[in-house]
Design a protein around this ligand. Structure first.
Ligand SMILES: Cc1cc2nc3c(=O)[nH]c(=O)nc-3n(C[C@H](O)[C@H](O)[C@H](O)COP(=O)(O)OP(=O)(O)OC[C@H]3O[C@@H](n4cnc5c(N)ncnc54)[C@H](O)[C@@H]3O)c2cc1C
Length: 470
């Protein structure tokens, strides 16, 4: 890299974790001439933590989470964001949960003391054995499985940032033919390795978070996000949360950047010749700006709608599948809400689209006077998609079944969520084809689909992207 490169004018589309961290990593490398465009009136994207009045007298103003909630000690890249911005997870509320069945009744799937049956006893023994076996396989047969990103996996390679180095994630490369198994749906991967019971552990931090179902999501998506170390943190509920919400991490980064994101500005058109020409839309109208390079951190299937996409971009990006995740903040009559979060496992199956899969009770000290966020998916391949209104109605009914009639829904939110490709596209090398496009027409692609739809994978992708190409 020479001084001229460092002066290149770079545009970043999107002020979510991916765009802001891309700017942070560019700055760390000495690049200073970048601009971030964010169409919303805030940064953070799906890290959305509005403040709401709550508590017995309704006067206590605290953050709620409508999007991302938690991290773990394996969130090394997110931790870099924290350090850069001066944010901390040290003061976040602790997490705990119970389990309910679809009728709303509390159940104890992992607790023999509360509900003992021989069948359950043997079931838990099998689960423990399967977990041990999978842990061993991941460390031996599947070496390289947890390297960030999906480059090479379909060809039996790994090529990306290695988390085993902790905060100093290093770039590693190698071959391991067994990694091709990661293109299988997670349920088939488990069957192949005779560890089916482990799906009961992975389902809570995967399906309940809206990331889809194991019979269709490539094992790579499950195991790169929920690698063994991260999964153990989830199982033992040693999780990071942030007092002011996950949005505060990215607000802190944005504040420290030499060029904070330009808000309320949508990139409405992309034309690429010798320079990258962006048409920007804000409340004043439209204007055009020119750049040397472009980093796209927003949904790539949507990029097709406003960019001068070439044939290969069209071919690849049109294969992206995403979920539609619907959540709302529920309030309850005084003293009548839940006092702990709950997972509703029975509702985490395709034919239960629209049903509440989990509700999040954030502030323990408020007991049953705390509003809760309730989550569901409203689409699934092979099942007819339900409307947004139906999803909200069913979720609300499910809360009543659990014994918590909803008094109001002050915030409702639907998000484009968890972009991914089918297991077939994965096995056909979708990610390697995408990698060949990096840099073509001075355009670089980051954001969720390259890693996975969680904060850590997404920020790691930005680190990897800036590390390789800038
Ligand atoms: C309900 C929910 C729960 C979640 N829970 C967790 C969790 O507990 N832990 C975790 O790690 N992750 C969680 N996630 C996922 C995490 O929030 C995302 O993976 C992460 O925010 C993705 O970052 P991103 O920058 O790629 O995309 P986004 O966060 O979606 O940001 C993209 C940004 O680009 C902007 N934009 C889009 N198009 C344009 C345009 N044309 N011009 C300008 N700007 C544009 C958008 O407004 C947005 O701000 C959760 C997400 C949701 C929705």
């Amino acid at each position: 890299m020479n001084m001229a490169d460092l002066k290149e004018r770079i545009a970043i589309i999107g002020g979510g974790p991916a765009g802001l961290s891309a700017a942070m990593y560019l700055e760390k490398k000495g690049y200073t001439n970048y601009v971030i465009y964010e169409k919303d009136n805030r940064v953070g994207g799906k890290c959305y933590s509005p403040k709401v009045k709550m508590g017995p007298d309704g006067k206590d103003e605290r953050s709620v989470e409508m999007g991302a909630i938690m991290g773990a000690k394996t969130y090394y890249a997110v931790h870099e964001c924290e350090e850069f911005g001066g944010a901390t997870h040290a003061d976040g509320p602790s997490m705990s949960h119970i389990y309910r069945d679809s009728a709303g009744k509390q159940i104890y799937p992992f607790d023999l003391k509360k509900d003992f049956t021989i069948k359950k006893f043997f079931g838990l023994l099998k689960l423990k054995k399967a977990l041990k076996k999978l842990a061993h396989l991941l460390e031996t047969k599947y070496v390289g499985y947890d390297v960030n990103g999906h480059r090479g996996v379909a060809e039996g390679r790994y090529d990306g940032l290695d988390k085993t180095y902790g905060n100093d994630m290093k770039h590693v490369e190698g071959t391991n033919d067994n990694l091709k198994d990661l293109a299988l749906p997670f349920s088939e991967f488990c069957k192949l390795n005779k560890v089916e019971p482990v799906m009961r552990i992975w389902i809570a931090p995967f399906t309940s978070f809206g990331y889809g179902f194991f019979d269709e999501m490539a094992a790579a998506y499950v195991l790169k996000y929920l690698d063994l170390a991260t999964t153990l943190e989830f199982v033992n509920i040693r999780l990071w949360t942030w007092k002011e919400g996950t949005q505060s991490i990215y607000e802190a980064v944005n504040k420290k950047l030499q060029h904070p994101a330009i808000l309320n500005t949508q990139v409405a058109k992309v034309e690429r010749g010798e320079k990258v020409k962006l048409t920007l839309k804000d409340k004043e109208g439209e204007k055009v700006e020119e750049f040397d390079k472009l980093i796209v951190t927003t949904p790539l299937d949507q990029f097709l709608t406003y960019a001068d996409a070439g044939e290969e971009e069209k071919n690849l990006f049109s294969k992206i599948i995403h979920e539609e995740y619907v959540d709302f903040l529920a309030t309850f009559a005084p003293g009548k809400g839940p006092d702990i979060s709950a997972y509703i496992f029975d509702n985490m199956v395709p034919d239960k689209v629209g049903h509440a899969m989990v509700y999040y009770h954030r502030w323990h000290d408020l007991g049953s006077d705390c509003p809760c966020t309730v989550y569901t998916l409203r689409n699934h391949k092979g099942v007819s998609k339900i409307t947004y209104e139906e999803a909200i109605k069913i979720e609300t009914e499910d809360m009543a079944k659990c014994g918590f009639p909803v008094a109001s829904r002050p915030i409702e939110w639907e998000t484009y969520y968890c972009p991914h490709v089918s297991t077939q596209e994965y096995a056909n090398g979708w990610y390697d084809k995408l990698d060949k496009l990096q840099g073509v027409k001075n355009t670089y692609y980051g954001g969720e689909v390259l890693g996975f739809g969680d904060m850590e994978e997404t920020v790691e992708v930005s680190k990897d992207l800036v590390g390789r190409f800038f």
